[in-house]
Design a protein around this ligand. Structure first.
Ligand code: G4P
Length: 523
C-alpha cells in the first residue's frame, strides 16, 4: 500500500447531533478555531447552516436554517476531520437520518441544564441501531446546570447505553471552577490566572491535587471529590472495544461558549474516534477502505442550490480507493459510465484545493439527474453495490393534488423524481388512489412544495392529515376487513400494504384484534 493509500487512516468522519440550541454551532466553531481555520469567534455562527459556502435554497435563507446536511473539512493535529452537519432545527428531515449512514462516529451535544431532549433521542436511536460509536459532550457548564449525576443517569436510562465520565465538573454556573479530569489524571482550571495553572496534576490515588491550590477552596470541590470517588468505585469500566461497538459513551463536560473543555474533548475524541470502516455490499460482502479500487455511495442529494439553474449536488462518501478529479466510474444501478470532472470538496479553509479524496472523505458531484440516494459508484471492472440505505418510518402525512388539473403530467413527473431523490415518501390510498406524502419532518413538505413549483412548474394543494403511526404488513396477511375508521390502508411506492394508525391506541386495538398479523416499522 502506498503512503497515499494509507491516508484514509488519518480521516475522522463524524456528525454532531443535538437538540436545537444545545450548542452544536458554537462547538463546531471552537473546533475550527482549534484547527486554525478561523481566527475569531462568530465566523461560523454568521453563516449558520451554510457550511459549504453555497447558495442554499430560498426557503433555507428565508428561515435561516440548514435544510440539508452539509460538510465541513479541516485539519487538526495531523488528522483530517470531516464534520457532516445534521440540521438541528425541529423541522429536520430524512436527510438528517441518512447523513448518519455516512459517518464513522457521532458526537452528541447536550445542554446540561436541559438534559436529553426528544430530538436527540430520535437521532440517537438510529446511531444505536447502527452501532455507531458515540461521544457525549454536556455543554453550557458556565450556566447553572442539572446535577451531573442526574445527567449521566438520564443518559444511561433514556438512551439505554453505558456512560463513562472522562471528566467531571467542579461546580457549574457562578461557582464553576474547573473539570476533574479522571482520564488525564489532572484538574483543568476554569479561567486560570496563568498558563501553568491551566492543568493541575492529581495525586497518585487520583483523589486530590498533588499540590495545594486555591481551587480546593471552591464551594463545589468537596462534592466533586465525593462524586469522583463514587464514580471510580461504582462506575463503569472504560473499554475501548465497548466504545467502538457503540455500547459505551465517553462523557465530557464543558462550555463551548467560553471555550472551556472543548480542546480536551476534541483531543481525547481524536484518540478514540475510529478511522473509516468497511461498508457492507448487497451480496453480504464488505468493501474495506484498504481496497485500492475507488468506490463510494450517494447519501444525499442537494437540489436547487441556485434556483436559476437546476443544479443538484450528489454527496458521495468515499468507501475505498482514491478519487481523482476526471476519473471514470460506473453507476451500479444502471451500468452508466460517468466522468467525475465537476466535483466540489468542502475544505473549510478555502486556500486549500483538494484534487483527490480518500476513504472517509465526502465529495460533492454536480449532477444533472444521474444520481439517486443510495446509488453506488465504482471504478474498475468489478461491480460493487453497497447495501441499501435504510428507509425511515414517516410520521407526518399530507394528501397532495395538483392545483391545476391540466398539470397532471408534470405533477406526476415531479412527484416521481422527488420521491426517487428521497425528498419525501409517497403512498397511495388503497381504495381511492389518492396521493399521500409522508415525511419525518414537516420541512420536507415545504421543500417538496417549493421544488414542485420551481422545478416542475406545478402548484400543489397539500391537505394535512396529521401524524400517524405507519406499519407495514405482509401482503398475504392483508384482509380488507382490517381497514377501519381508526386506520387508513395505503400502499407504499412498491405497492406494499401499510396501515396508517391514528395513534398508539388504534395500533394496540389492531394488535389485540389481529394478534397473528405482524406489524413492521422501518427504522
Ligand atoms: P445549535 O447550533 O445547537 O442550535 O446551538 P448554538 O451553537 O447556536 O447555540 C445556541 C445558543 O446557546 C446560542 O445563544 C449560543 O451562544 C449559546 N451557547 C452555546 N454554547 C454555550 C455555552 O457553553 N454556554 C452558554 N452560556 N451558552 C452557550 P443565542 O443567544 O441563541 O445565540 P446568539 O444570539 O448569542 O448567537
Amino acid at each position: 500500500m502506498t503512503a497515499e493509500e494509507e491516508n484514509f487512516k488519518n480521516r475522522r468522519t463524524f456528525a454532531i447531533i443535538s437538540h436545537p440550541d444545545a450548542g452544536k454551532t458554537t462547538i463546531t466553531e471552537q473546533m475550527l478555531l482549534l484547527g486554525g481555520v478561523v481566527r475569531e469567534a462568530g465566523t461560523v455562527k454568521g453563516r449558520k447552516g451554510n457550511f459549504a459556502k453555497s447558495d442554499w435554497m430560498e426557503i433555507e435563507q428565508k428561515r435561516g436554517i440548514s435544510v440539508t446536511s452539509s460538510v465541513l473539512q479541516f485539519d487538526f493535529q495531523g488528522k483530517r476531520i470531516n464534520i457532516l452537519d445534521t440540521p438541528g432545527h425541529e423541522d429536520f428531515s430524512e436527510d438528517t437520518y441518512r447523513t448518519l449512514m455516512a459517518v464513522d462516529s457521532v458526537i452528541m451535544v447536550v445542554d446540561s441544564a436541559k438534559g436529553i431532549e426528544p430530538q436527540t433521542k430520535k437521532l440517537f436511536e438510529i446511531v444505536k441501531e447502527r452501532h455507531i460509536p458515540i461521544f457525549t459532550f454536556f455543554n453550557k457548564l458556565d450556566r447553572d446546570g442539572r446535577p451531573p449525576l442526574d445527567l449521566v443517569d438520564e443518559l444511561e436510562t433514556i438512551l439505554g447505553i453505558e456512560a463513562y465520565p472522562m471528566n467531571w465538573p467542579i461546580g457549574s454556573g457562578k461557582i464553576l471552577s474547573g473539570l476533574f479530569d479522571l482520564y488525564h489524571h489532572r484538574v483543568e482550571v476554569y479561567h486560570p490566572k496563568t498558563d501553568a495553572e491551566r492543568f493541575l496534576p492529581l495525586n497518585a490515588a487520583g483523589t486530590d491535587l498533588e499540590q495545594a491550590n486555591s481551587i480546593q477552596q471552591s464551594p463545589a470541590w468537596a462534592e466533586t471529590q465525593d462524586e469522583v470517588e463514587m464514580l471510580t468505585t461504582a462506575g463503569n469500566e472504560f473499554s475501548e472495544t465497548a466504545v467502538l461497538q457503540g455500547k459505551l459513551t465517553p462523557v465530557f463536560f464543558g462550555s463551548a461558549l467560553t471555550n472551556f473543555g472543548v480542546e480536551t474533548f476534541l483531543e481525547t475524541y481524536m484518540q478514540y474516534a475510529p478511522a473509516p470502516a468497511a461498508k457492507p455490499t448487497v451480496d453480504g460482502d464488505e468493501i474495506a477502505p484498504t481496497d485500492p479500487t475507488f468506490s463510494g455511495f450517494v447519501f444525499k442529494i442537494q437540489a436547487n442550490m441556485n434556483p436559476k439553474h437546476r443544479d443538484r449536488i450528489a454527496f458521495v462518501r468515499v468507501v475505498s480507493g482514491t478519487f481523482e478529479r476526471g476519473m471514470d466510474v460506473s453507476l451500479a444501478r444502471n451500468g452508466k459510465k460517468i466522468r467525475l470532472s465537476n466535483v466540489t470538496e468542502f475544505m473549510a479553509d478555502a486556500r486549500e484545493k483538494v484534487e483527490t479524496a480518500v476513504p472517509g472523505d465526502i465529495i460533492g458531484l454536480y449532477d444533472t439527474g444521474n444520481f439517486q440516494i443510495g446509488d453506488t459508484i465504482y471504478a474498475g471492472k468489478r461491480k460493487v453495490t453497497f447495501a441499501e440505505l435504510p428507509t425511515f418510518t414517516p410520521e407526518i402525512f399530507m394528501r397532495v393534488q395538483a392545483k391545476n388539473v391540466l398539470k397532471q403530467k408534470s405533477f406526476h413527473k415531479g412527484i416521481e423524481q422527488l420521491v426517487q431523490e428521497g425528498t419525501i415518501q409517497m403512498y397511495q390510498a388503497w381504495d381511492s388512489g389518492d396521493y399521500i406524502l409522508g415525511a419525518v419532518g414537516a420541512l420536507q413538505f415545504e421543500v417538496f412544495q417549493f421544488r414542485m413549483e420551481n422545478e416542475y412548474n406545478t402548484e400543489v394543494n397539500l391537505e394535512p392529515m396529521g401524524s400517524k403511526i405507519a406499519r407495514w404488513i405482509k401482503p398475504d396477511q392483508l384482509n380488507r376487513q382490517m381497514a377501519s375508521s381508526r386506520n387508513l390502508l395505503v400502499k407504499d411506492r412498491h405497492g406494499a400494504p401499510v396501515f396508517l394508525f391514528e395513534n398508539q391506541f388504534a395500533e394496540r386495538w389492531f394488535k389485540d384484534k389481529y394478534p397473528e398479523v405482524e406489524l413492521e416499522a422501518k427504522l
